[in-house]
Design a binder for this molecule. Structure first.
Ligand code: ATP
Ligand code: MG
Length: 436
């Protein structure tokens, strides 16, 4: 036998029963997005590496350590150019690229976009952390995005979406980073207060101290966390400009008006470079160390930074695997029953019922049969497993009389139909379809 090849580390198969949960999650999300007026956007799963370096940030963990680059770069080789391509580690960069490239700013003053799909990061796989994982996300981009109400609306959308998806015990933490200048000022203050503690930080954070000190706040290392716990200089927000303060106050007021519960966390920063002003995170303690189910924030400079027009923006992304872990539902419960299962007991009748089966399906009746039929008992067992509402039986008697027995599995009654009375059979099955 040939050697078996298993799936790559950090990826997962989604088998049919579990796929039902994914479908349900996707359709619930689509419903919520419809209600909020968000439209779907689909971008490629890979982009030029530079796009991510320029948006997510050259010094971010994602770009430094987690990019999955494509080895086969046919086109690049053909053109003798050295275009490097990477699988997308997140959605925002691609969507902003698409927003700019397709001149969406010319179409509307606020583009409300959502996406659902796989993301790829070369991380160390563990529970709740994969190399191919899936996100549901939104981005609200355009000049009309410049309103604290939109921050609140996007956060409310995330909150309602998580609730719709069956998650109720999550915590919403919010913070503001202010403008790029405020962020710079904050970095300076943070650097000063960490200066005599550099030795206590992990090697990564010692590096971050020079290149992007805000990331130290986001580090998951125990020692770094305890260093961060000990800091408390930001209480009076002196790095924030009055305007930024005012903006954040307005966001909180709007959240209060919507009765959204949140915790203010001055240590909350995000691992991606592009955020300004409001940042937020949804977490679920039960998940243990990988407890973030989603995160987002405002990124007012990214569109311009990537060569587009001036356009403010705010968005979030939820991790679908983590939501599924947190809700721990069983896919089997979602399995829909068949309308009909066809049981054939006579070899000679097989072609007839095979045709009947296709006719039923052509009329939208969900139906199945065993194409290698065994005993009555085994076929009935199969009908049962398929949660069939009706069973159509063609036995010896029926075959002789040119009839078929229609057994209603719910009511426990049965009726005979002429094999030719197809329409009657269909309407009988259909009239019970809705109570299935
Ligand atoms: P974490 O702090 O857990 O590494 P992150 O800050 O890298 O998360 P984001 O880039 O903000 O995460 O992505 C949003 C959400 O996507 C996360 O809150 C999480 O639910 C999910 N997510 C991120 N990375 C992974 C991964 N490798 N595997 C599974 N889900 C992930
Ligand atoms: Mg991460």
């Amino acid at each position: 036998m040939d050697q078996f090849i298993s799936l790559p580390r950090g990826t997962a198969d989604i088998l049919p029963e579990e796929a039902l949960l994914w479908q349900a999650m996707e359709s619930q999300a689509r419903t919520v997005f419809g209600v909020y007026g968000y439209q779907e956007i689909r971008t490629p799963f890979f982009e030029e590496t530079d796009l991510f370096a320029r948006s997510v940030g050259q010094t971010s963990d994602i770009v430094q350590k987690q990019m999955l680059n494509l080895a086969a770069q046919t086109e690049a080789q053909e053109n003798d150019k050295s275009t490097s391509l990477s699988l997308r580690p997140e959605g925002t960069a691609s969507i902003v690229r698409s927003y700019i490239q397709n001149r969406l700013d010319k179409k509307e003053k606020l583009s409300k976009l959502f996406y659902i799909g796989p993301m790829f990061r070369g991380e160390r796989p563990q529970k709740g952390r994969l190399r191919q994982f899936h996100q549901i996300g939104v981005e609200a981009i355009g000049p009309d995005s410049a309103s604290p109400f939109l921050d609140a609306e996007v956060i409310a959308l995330g909150t309602n979406l998580l609730k719709q998806l069956g998650l109720n015990d999550f915590v919403l933490r919010i913070n503001t980073l202010g403008t790029l200048e405020d962020k710079g000022a904050f970095s300076g203050i943070l650097k000063d207060s960490l200066q005599d503690k550099i030795r206590n930080l992990c090697p990564d954070c010692q590096n971050r101290y020079d290149r992007n000190v805000l990331r130290v706040l986001d580090c998951k290392n125990k020692e770094c966390r305890s260093v961060v716990e000990g800091l408390n200089f930001w209480r009076n927000c002196e790095y924030l400009s009055p305007k930024s303060k005012e903006y954040f106050e307005a966001v909180k007021k709007a959240l209060d008006a919507l009765e959204i519960t949140y915790v203010e966390d001055p240590k909350l920063v995000r691992g991606l470079d592009y955020y300004t002003h409001t940042v937020f995170e949804f977490s679920c303690q039960r998940l243990g160390s990988q407890d973030a189910v989603g995160a987002g924030g405002r990124y007012n400079n990214l569109v311009e930074q990537l060569g587009g027009p001036v356009a403010d923006a705010v968005g979030f992304a939820l991790g679908m695997e983590r939501i599924l872990l947190a809700t721990a539902k069983e896919g089997a419960e979602l399995q829909a029953g068949l309308d009909a299962f066809v049981v054939c007991l006579q070899e000679e009748g097989l072609l007839k019922v095979f045709k009947l089966l296709q006719d039923l399906r052509a009329r939208g009746v969900s139906a199945d049969m065993n194409l290698r039929p065994g005993s009555m008992k085994s076929q009935m067992r199969q009908a049962d497993k398929a949660k069939a509402r009706f069973v159509l039986i063609l036995g010896e008697e029926e075959l002789k009389a040119g009839e078929v027995t229609l057994k209603d599995m719910k009511q426990g009654v049965q009726e005979k139909f002429r094999l030719g009375a197809f329409e009657e059979i269909v309407s009988k099955i259909r009239s019970n379809k809705s109570e299935n």
